[in-house]
Design a binder for this molecule. Structure first.
Ligand code: 5GP
Ligand code: ZN
Length: 116
C-alpha cells in the first residue's frame, strides 16, 4: 500500500529535491519531470508526491491516478506531440525499474526528425 516517503527511493528523493530533476509541471498531488534516459526528446515522467510512496498503481489512491492523466495531456499538448505513448509499468516482469509509481509520456518524433 501507499506509504510515507521511502528513504531509499530515487523518486521520493526527486520530489523532495534531494536529487535534481528537470521539473515540468507540479500540482497538489503530482510532480512531473524529464526522464534522465529519454526514449525520445521530451520523454516525461509523472509521479505522486506528498510523501506518498507507492510501488504499483493499484496501491495508489485514486485521486493521484486521476490527477496524473490531465498532466499527461498538458505535457503532450505543450510538446506539440502528434504521436505519443502513455506508459505505466508495474512490477519487475512488466519492466518496472523504479519501484515508485510513475506514468511515462513518450512523444514519438516525426519520421524525418528521427530519434532524439
Ligand atoms: P520504468 O522502467 O521503471 O517504468 O522507468 C523508470 C524510468 O525512470 C526510466 O525511463 C529511467 O530512465 C528513469 N529514471 C531512473 N532514474 C532516474 C533519475 O534519477 N532521474 C530521472 N529524471 N529519471 C530517472
Ligand atoms: Zn518513492
Amino acid at each position: 500500500m501507499a506509504a510515507r516517503t521511502l528513504a531509499s527511493c530515487i523518486f521520493c528523493k526527486i520530489v523532495k529535491g534531494d536529487i535534481p530533476s528537470f521539473k515540468l509541471l507540479e500540482t497538489e498531488l503530482s510532480f512531473s519531470f524529464l526522464d534522465i534516459n529519454p526514449l525520445s526528446k521530451g520523454h516525461a515522467l509523472i509521479i505522486p508526491k506528498n510523501e506518498v510512496h507507492a510501488e504499483k498503481m493499484h496501491e495508489l489512491p485514486d485521486e493521484y491516478i486521476q490527477d496524473a492523466m490531465p498532466i499527461a495531456k498538458k505535457i503532450a499538448i505543450a510538446q506539440g506531440a502528434e504521436n505519443y505513448n502513455i506508459l505505466q509499468n508495474n512490477g519487475r516482469l512488466a519492466h518496472q525499474e523504479v519501484p515508485h509509481v510513475h506514468f511515462h509520456v513518450i512523444p514519438k518524433p516525426n519520421e524525418e526528425e528521427g530519434l532524439g
